[in-house]
Write a protein that binds this ligand. Structure first.
Ligand code: AHM
Ligand code: MG
Length: 326
């Protein structure tokens, strides 16, 4: 029989090698338990046809919870019971969620179910998270951390059962779920340098509303690469990490209906853009916003702040960043 290294064994060895505490293991165990629980709910809900839509009312007249809210409830349960989280920011909660100021050590920024338009099709969604650590040497004011201060960031692609985790200055790793629901077989992820597999990924329907410089750059570059777009950041970014290229969600600046403009982009900085930027950086890539500023450098002013995002292979991100800065 062939047995693969489990995630827990991998992370334990990593912590020991770097002389770290066991607290991060407890946090990771909580995140993995949440992801498995959400995955199970997604798969069984798919079969029972009760994934639910936010705002709908079931036959008993009760409000059915959408799977995004269920995913949040599951995540909050495990994060809270880990006893290691000071506060969390979730896409699904308007307010920041205070957990355990006393025993807490980490700040967790997460989106428990990103890309929910894929749910009714049974297609991939993502559970994205970034982790920062409290100041252990002195007082802690709990300020929102920029991506460069994350110690880890990861994403579970649900229901395909892949888990990608980046650890600060230690690389990006991918795991697959096995028959026993363990994540196993760590594989180091490095963006391929050879451009023959590179892909472009963005919502083509928005193209004519991008900044003119972005439109021109896309028109010059796109024929060199394959084009893929699923509409779920976790799924689209998963491909970019494997194949290289660029995922973009540029600012929308000239929509025919001005109400549909998104001058600050669509994606959320803390639990979407900075999470994939961190993973990409550890895999040898980069990420910038609409001003060409590295995503990891942006100090969040507000926990649900939005940003435009260009993330992927360094040569492509460098090119568009130069144009955006110019
Ligand atoms: P959500 O947080 O409301 O699910 O939106 C985020 C999703 C991302 O997963 C995806 O990259 C993007 O929105 C797709 O947006 P669009 O449908 O505009 O292309
Ligand atoms: Mg989201």
């Amino acid at each position: 029989m062939r047995f693969e290294q489990t995630f827990m064994n991998f992370i334990l060895q990593h912590q020991e090698k770097h002389n770290r505490t066991y607290h991060f293991l407890i946090l990771m165990d909580a995140l993995i338990s949440a992801a498995k629980h959400i995955q199970h709910y997604y798969l069984t809900g798919m079969l029972r046809g009760n994934l639910g839509l936010t705002g709908t009312v079931n036959v008993q007249g009760e409000h059915a919870m959408g799977i995004d809210h269920i995913a949040e409830e599951i995540s909050l349960h495990y994060l809270r019971s880990s006893g290691r989280v000071i506060h969390a920011v979730s896409e699904e909660s308007e307010e920041m969620i205070l957990m355990d100021a006393e025993g807490g050590r980490y700040f967790v920024y997460f989106d428990p179910l990103d890309g929910s338009s894929n749910v009714s099709h049974g297609l991939p969604v993502g559970f994205l998270f970034g982790v920062a650590k409290r100041n252990l040497d002195g007082p802690e004011d709990g300020h929102l951390r920029p991506g460069k201060d994350y110690i880890a960031a990861g994403m579970f692609v649900i229901p395909t059962g892949t888990f990608t985790l980046a650890l600060k200055e230690s690389g990006t790793w991918r795991f697959h779920i096995d028959d026993t629901m363990n994540f196993v077989k760590p594989i180091g992820v490095i963006l391929p340098e050879d451009s023959k597999t590179w892909e472009f990924s963005f919502n083509e329907a928005n193209r004519c509303s991008f900044d003119q410089r972005v439109q021109t750059w896309i028109a010059e570059e796109e024929r060199k690469y394959a084009f893929r777009y699923l509409g779920s950041l976790a799924g689209d970014f998963h491909r970019i990490l494997s194949n290289g290229g660029i995922f973009m969600y540029p600012a929308i600046v000239s929509h025919p209906n001005p109400e549909k403009n998104r001058p600050h982009g669509k994606l959320r900085l803390m639990y979407e853009a900075a999470v994939v930027a961190f993973m990409c950086h550890e895999a040898g890539g980069d990420a910038v916003d609409e001003a060409g500023i590295p995503i990891l450098e942006i100090q969040p002013k507000e926990h649900h702040q939005r940003t435009a995002l260009y993330v992927g292979s360094k040569p492509l991100v460098d090119e568009i960043a130069q144009i955006l800065r110019g």
